[in-house]
Design a protein around this ligand. Structure first.
Ligand code: PRT
Ligand code: ZN
Length: 285
């Protein structure tokens, strides 16, 4: 039987969320065997637990068919694989940070300066696109101390909350690149494996779509139905059921999470009662 293999980070910022996503697709594995390899239950999939830096190369070499990795790690390798999904977790930005007192006015302020980074390929590309000549100083960790110790005048490092920069006396000057976890795949996968990948992607899409929606159920005076439907908007028309109470209906619909509170308040204003809100586990368009 054909199986596909997926490389995921063994331990780090991507691990839990990668595995949660796969578990939400009805695929699990025996946690005890999480050494290097594990065989999934519920889907013909094999896991490979490795360091994130190695994932793009493993996929390129065919050691794994697909992988979950930060876009930053993938872009930094310069490999050309297929990016099949943006999974939208582990979001971060690559930012230029400078010490207090550095008069930063844009990338041109970096002309002739040394910039410490773990992402020299991405940084060089952006500097080049902006016509700035600066010298990337490659360090593999603790980028934020390089200014203090005098090996660089500025840094380009990943930021999520900004706390690390502040703690090291640096100011975030400009975001130059955005990243989140992506799923990469070998471009030359066999047909049978492509079929499996598409089945997996269909499940991932259903989970990801559901994560951004809430299911809402409420009672409403029937005469307000058209207005309520306009407020909800959404993918399809809401389900409406008559109630025993004459002139009242029960309405159900999915609502975009980002608009949820605005919709909620507007429905209250229209006279909605007994509003029930539920998380959606899986969903298709
Ligand atoms: O051991 P292995 O090599 O597998 O893991 P790793 O240590 O290389 O990677 P890991 O687990 O730290 O990060 C994996 C991926 O998570 C990265 O490649 C990014 O795509 C993503 N990610 C998201 C981050 C961050 N947020 C992040 N904040 N990666 C690193 N950081 C670091 C950053 O380098 C800085 O040191 O966190 C610090 C800044 O955080 P804030 O919150 O203080 O701004
Ligand atoms: Zn790493």
């Amino acid at each position: 039987m054909t199986t596909i293999s997926i490389a995921v980070q063994k331990s780090g910022r991507l691990s839990e969320k990668s595995l949660d996503l796969i578990r939400s697709c009805g695929i699990d594995f025996n946690a005890d065997s999480r050494v290097l390899k594990a065989v999934a239950t519920g889907f013909p999939l094999e896991f490979l637990f490795v360091r994130d830096d190695d994932i793009p190369q493993y996929v390129a070499d065919g050691v794994a068919d697909i992988g979950i990795v930060g876009r930053n790690e993938y872009d930094e390798t310069g490999l050309e694989l297929e990016v099949v999904r943006d999974l939208k977790f582990a979001s971060c930005r690559l930012s230029i940070a400078v010490p207090h007192g550095f008069d930063y006015k844009g990338l041109e302020s970096l002309e002739g300066k040394r910039i410490a980074t773990s992402y020299p390929r991405i940084l060089s590309r952006i500097l080049k696109e902006n016509g700035v000549n600066a010298e990337p100083v490659v360090v593999s960790g603790s980028v934020e101390i390089t200014v203090e110790v005098g090996i660089a005048e500025a840094i380009a490092d990943l930021v999520s909350t900004g706390t690390t920069l502040k703690m090291n006396g640096l100011e975030e000057a400009e975001c130059i690149y955005r990243s989140s976890a992506i799923m990469i795949a070998r471009p030359d996968m066999q047909e049978e494996k492509k079929v499996l990948l598409n089945r997996l992607l269909e499940r991932i899409d259903a989970v990801m779509l559901a994560r951004h929606q809430k299911y809402i159920l409420f009672n409403l005076p029937e005469e307000k139905l058209d207005q309520a439907a306009a407020v909800i908007g959404g993918m399809k028309s809401p389900t409406v059921t008559p109630l025993m109470d004459k002139g009242w209906v029960s309405v159900q619909s999915a609502v975009d999470e980002g608009r949820f509170w605005a919709v909620f308040e507007e429905l209250r204003r229209l006279g909605a009662e007994g509003i029930l809100v539920m998380n959606i586990e899986k969903m298709t368009e």
